[in-house]
Structures are given as structure tokens and as C-alpha cells.
Write a protein that binds this ligand. Structure first.
Ligand SMILES: *Cc1c(COP(=O)(O)O)cnc(C)c1O
Length: 420
């Protein structure tokens, strides 16, 4: 074996020893969330009958109805909409915004600019189908020192009528930190004291099962996430969920399908079992993704790179950032992750203009499900400070192997540079 390979293996082993305390904590959270899922399955008397399938209109799909009851129980809320007719998390967010907002209403984001795919939805980038084209107004308050800007929030919501506040917990492609549930709870209480009618909507992507609570347990009215992320457990082939207040879920269902039919229609086309099995595995898959993230954080830190979060920081989501401050290094690392994947390991990803994103993005995703970022994946917009956003791994072992390959590809490049 090449000396370099031995060095990298040693480095990963050393880092692994240093994260044992964090691993234990993750195992405890996994156990708690597994119990939560199991209890919801049992309470709703899940049986093989629910692996049914419907076609056409999809009336009386008892599997679909049971899945939604299970989601409702896991999130301890009033109702749920869990559908494969949602193309993605972004689609579910879009449906929810169009469902709840009316002309002259104002949408306020209090976590800065929302996820890139919402730019054209909101109308930050011109689009003839945007919320803006329907005269729905938008305002934004940036975070302040990685927390909410309470002063500005108070000023804005006392001065103006705000219909809906969006809180995006995970950082998306921004450089800020992700937002803990404690902070979310505090700001919701603050807002509701001033105006209890403002709808609080949470983009919960990447955050499910990372801790033992979900935003619906701390006062959020409506919570949204993607099934090709945490809750799909790597098994769900597509889809998204919306959970929350019954009246709001009704509005969302009637926007997704049609007024008058709402939740009653929606064929499941054979996916019920996959959604259930994915949810069943999700606590453990999220735990594996977190372990991979923490090992990555520690190993890259040991190599001298800037990382966020650090290995011993509180985790809010499964995303691990490596701040490369160098375009080539970002690309090499992502390409290494692809080389370490099970699918398309021989394909070399390069930056491309993805629909919905404003900068070229490099995407390593050797995944079973296209774009699934609960599977080991790493991507980054090609703009300074050249941050890699790494997510996933269905198992910790495959995560570790991917990390090994990525570091190998990164360092080999360095050594070549030295030779020049
Ligand atoms: C991934 C993500 C989305 C969009 O989910 P997709 O299923 O990829 O459309 C939205 N918000 C955040 C914070 C995300 O990380």
C-alpha cells in the first residue's frame, strides 16, 4: 500500500477515537427516536394491509391515511400530508406558501435569505409564476450573531401586518450556522406574544431526528421537509411531508390537489411500504449520517481545514461544512466523495448550472435515489469561500470509506502541486 494511504487510514482512526463521546450521544438519541417511531406504528395498528396500492384518483387509500396518522403522531401535531406528488422539499415549501398566502399578504423570513430554490418562487429572481406576480409581498430579516434579530422582528411585526413567518433551520447554501430548536422555541414565543395570528412555518429539511424533539412540539404551526432527506431513510423514492395545524394542512392539500378534494385524493402507486420502511429506518440512518459528519469534521480539522460545525458542537442538522477557501480543493474533495460512492463511482462530477440555483454547483451524489442527500453526498456552489456541504451516508461504514476516498483525492492533488 502507498504510504499516503496508510497515513490517511491512521488519521481517520485517530479522529475516530477522539469522537467517541459524541458517538454515544448520537446512539442515545437514535434509541429515543426509534422508540417514538415504533410507538406510532403500534398505536396506529400498522399491518401488511397498509402496504396496499391505489391508482387513479386514489380514494380510500388506507395505507396513505395510516402513514399520515403516523407522521401526525411522531410530530405530536394535528394533521399531516405525506405525498409522493410532492416532487421535492422545495415543491412542498412552494405549495405551502401558495396555499397560505393571498394577494397583499406579506411573507417574512427571519433567517435571512431562504434556500436557493425559493428565489424564483418568492420572486427574488423574476419569474412570471412567482408569489410576487400574485402581489404577495416579501420581507427578510437577517440573523444577528447566529441568532434571531429580536429587535428588528419586533419592530417589523408591530409596524406591519405579517401573515406568515418562515424559519429555515438548516443553513442551506449560506455560511451561517443552523438553528437549534431552543432558539426556534424562544423566537416563536416572542412572536406569538406580539401577534398570535402570525403563521409560523418551519423549513425542517435535514433536521428531523437529529435531536429528540421536532418544531411542532415548540409551537410551530406548520413544518415541512423532504423525503429524500432524513425521514425517507434512504428508502422513500421521492416525496415530501407537511405537518401541523389541521386548517393549514387542509389549505396545503387543496393547493396540492384541488379545492374540494384535498387530502381525499392522491394515488400512492405502490410506494406506501417504502415510505413506511424508510421512516422505520430513519432514526438509525440519521444517526449514521451524523456520525459520518462528526468523523468528517474531526478528520478535516486534524488536517488543518476550517470546518463547521466542529466535532463537539451541538448538531442541529446532518450537514457538515468544510470551508476550503480554494475552488480546486472543493472540486477535488467532492470528486473524491463521488469516487467513494456505490453508484457512478467512475463518473467525475464537474460544476454545472442547476435549475433553481444562481451559481454553478458541483454535486457529488453517487446515490440510489437521484439527488438523495441522506445518502453520502457532497456539494457546493462555486463561489467564495468555496464551502463543501456534505450530507449523509446510509451507514457509518460507507461514510467512512467515502471520507477516506475524498481525503485521498484532496491530498494527492496537494502532493502533485508540490512536485510542480
Ligand atoms: C434540501 C433543502 C430544501 C429543498 O429540498 P429538496 O427536496 O432538495 O427540494 C429546502 N430547504 C433546505 C434548508 C434544504 O436543505
Amino acid at each position: 500500500m502507498h504510504d499516503l494511504d496508510i497515513e490517511i487510514k491512521k488519521l481517520i482512526k485517530k479522529s475516530e477515537k477522539e469522537i467517541q463521546e459524541q458517538i454515544k450521544k448520537i446512539d442515545a438519541i437514535c434509541e429515543y427516536n426509534s422508540a417514538k417511531v415504533l410507538k406510532a406504528f403500534q398505536k396506529n395498528k400498522l399491518s401488511e394491509t397498509h402496504f396496499n396500492t391505489t391508482t387513479g384518483y386514489g380514494y380510500n387509500d388506507i395505507g396513505r391515511e395510516t402513514i399520515e396518522k403516523i407522521y401526525k403522531d411522531i410530530f405530536k401535531t394535528e394533521d399531516a400530508l405525506v405525498r409522493s406528488q410532492f416532487i421535492s422539499g422545495s415543491h412542498a415549501l412552494t405549495v405551502a406558501l401558495f396555499a397560505m398566502l393571498r394577494p397583499n399578504d406579506t411573507l417574512l423570513s427571519i433567517t435571512g435569505k431562504p434556500y436557493d430554490t425559493l428565489d424564483e418562487v418568492i420572486g427574488l429572481v423574476e419569474n412570471e409564476s412567482s408569489l410576487k406576480s400574485y402581489k404577495i409581498k416579501y420581507q427578510q430579516i437577517d440573523l444577528k450573531n447566529d441568532d434571531f434579530d429580536y429587535e428588528k422582528i419586533k419592530e417589523t411585526i408591530t409596524k406591519e401586518k405579517i401573515k406568515l413567518i418562515e424559519i429555515q433551520r438548516s443553513k442551506g447554501y449560506s455560511t451561517r450556522k443552523s438553528i437549534s430548536l431552543n432558539k426556534v422555541e424562544k423566537v416563536i414565543q416572542f412572536i406569538k406574544k406580539i401577534d398570535k395570528n402570525i403563521i409560523i412555518m418551519i423549513d425542517n429539511c435535514y433536521c428531523e431526528f437529529v435531536t429528540t424533539k421536532e418544531p411542532t412540539e415548540v409551537g410551530a404551526d406548520i413544518v415541512i421537509g423532504s423525503l429524500i432527506k432524513n425521514l425517507g431513510g434512504g428508502i422513500a423514492p421521492n416525496g415530501a411531508y407537511i405537518v401541523g395545524k389541521k386548517n393549514l394542512i387542509k389549505l396545503c392539500a387543496e393547493r396540492l390537489t384541488l379545492p374540494g378534494e384535498g387530502k381525499e385524493v392522491g394515488p400512492t402507486l405502490g410506494i406506501n411500504k417504502s415510505l413506511l420502511q424508510g421512516l422505520y429506518l430513519a432514526p438509525s440512518v440519521v444517526a449514521n449520517a451524523l456520525k459520518t459528519a462528526i468523523l468528517t469534521s474531526k478528520t478535516l480539522e486534524n488536517l488543518g481545514y476550517k470546518v463547521e460545525p466542529k466535532y463537539d458542537e451541538e448538531r442541529v442538522d446532518i450537514v457538515q461544512n468544510i470551508i476550503f477557501e480554494d475552488q480546486e480543493k472543493l472540486i477535488k474533495y467532492c470528486q473524491g466523495i463521488q469516487m467513494g460512492s456505490a453508484i457512478d463511482s467512475y463518473v467525475l462530477p464537474t460544476p454545472w448550472e442547476m435549475p433553481g440555483y444562481q451559481d454553478p454547483v458541483i454535486m457529488a451524489a453517487g446515490t440510489f435515489t437521484q439527488g438523495s442527500s441522506i445518502e453520502l453526498s457532497c456539494d457546493g456552489p462555486i463561489r467564495p469561500p468555496y464551502i463543501a456541504y456534505q450530507q449523509g451516508s446510509l451507514t457509518y461504514e460507507y461514510g467512512k470509506l467515502g471520507l477516506y476516498k475524498a481525503i485521498n483525492n484532496l491530498i494527492k492533488e496537494d502532493e502533485n502541486d508540490k512536485d510542480k
